[in-house]
Design a binder for this molecule. Structure first.
Ligand SMILES: NC(=O)c1ccc[n+]([C@@H]2O[C@H](COP(=O)([O-])OP(=O)(O)OC[C@H]3O[C@@H](n4cnc5c(N)ncnc54)[C@H](OP(=O)(O)O)[C@@H]3O)[C@@H](O)[C@H]2O)c1
Length: 287
């Protein structure tokens, strides 16, 4: 039996739907079973024959984390630590989701799983500590780092762009940050594949869409598809901005491309981000 925590978040909702579609036996919880409450976790697991715990619960407000790092640390490190301890106790394998923000983003080559973490903001620090606590309590866990996640069931860069482009004649989008957009559905497929493979080697894996782009080029492609699918009836000028022209509380990584060779070598397919964006428009935006 799979237990999915954080099943009401963007990734958790997508994964719930997929596990259901695949007829996999699972139970899902969100705030109803607080990951900070070790006793509640243990009570929930009791008697259910849990063999895998997939943790999608997290504190994900990147900028807000600068003002409430203690709370973010509890949710992103103490909670995952509780889950990993329980997993080790009941013999369930833990699959935990992490982020590119554990890296500084100052590099020029795709980050490897073996690269040392070097977070520059509060959110990244708390997620890096979560990774450490998961492995310390349950060394046979699997941690999947992802980035630039979008999907139907949460705040979503694609939907935001469509809304802005429909309402305005010109918008500014950052053009000097590079990364790889990741459709929550694709990541869910990867996690579901891993969940049904008990022999999948423990360790850290990177998973994002294949290829790389900038937010600016991502926005341009969203506009193109929005026009093709009749969601936009006029051209909106997209103005390239530098990071300095679009300040945020947490400085965003300039280069957050993750190497996916390790997960690919385990037979997990990774669609190109442009292909997935087209599929997202066809599948999700019309539902
Ligand atoms: N979104 C991205 O761009 C992105 C990029 C890289 C990595 N990630 C990682 O991917 C994972 C999933 O992200 P997401 O965007 O799906 O996150 P999300 O939408 O914020 O979902 C997280 C879920 O966890 C729940 N939760 C919070 N505190 C909890 C607690 N104490 N006990 C139980 N549940 C709790 C949240 O409830 P509330 O909504 O009530 O707080 C929410 O339903 C996270 O680990 C995140 O760090 C995300």
């Amino acid at each position: 039996m799979i237990w999915l925590t954080g099943n009401k978040g963007m990734l958790g909702t997508e994964l719930s739907l997929l596990l259901k579609a695949k007829n996999l036996s699972f139970v899902g919880t969100d705030r109803d079973v607080d990951i900070l409450d070790a006793v509640a976790l243990e009570n929930f697991a009791d008697g259910k024959g849990i063999t895998t715990i997939i943790n999608c619960a997290a504190y994900t407000a990147v900028d807000k984390a600068e003002d409430e790092e203690a709370l973010a640390l509890r949710l992103n490190a103490e909670g995952p630590g509780n889950i990993a301890r329980l997993g080790a106790h009941i013999g369930a394998r833990v699959i935990h989701v992490s982020t590119d923000y554990v890296f500084s983003g100052n590099g020029t080559k795709p980050c490897l799983e073996s690269d040392p973490v070097s977070p520059t903001g509060a959110y990244g620090r708390t997620k890096a500590e979560g990774e450490r606590r998961v492995f310390s309590a349950a060394p046979d866990s699997i941690i999947i780092r992802t980035a630039w996640l979008y999907g139907k069931h949460g705040p979503n860069f694609v939907a935001t762009m469509i809304k802005l482009m429909a309402a305005k004649d010109e918008i500014g989008v950052v053009a000097d940050q590079r990364g790889s957009p990741t459709w929550a559905y694709d990541l869910s497929c990867a996690i579901a594949d891993i969940a049904v493979r008990p022999d999948f080697p423990a360790g850290i894996y990177h998973y994002t869409g294949d290829g790389e782009t900038t937010w600016y080029d991502f926005a341009q492609e969203i506009q193109r598809l929005g026009r093709v699918h009749g969601l936009l009836d006029h051209d909106c000028r997209v103005r390239p901005l530098s990071t300095d022209q679009y300040p945020t509380k947490t400085r965003r990584p300039a280069y957050s491309v993750l190497s996916k060779d390790k997960i690919k070598s385990q037979g997990i397919p990774i669609p190109h981000w442009e292909f997935s964006l087209q599929a997202f428009f066809q599948k999700d935006l019309y539902l």
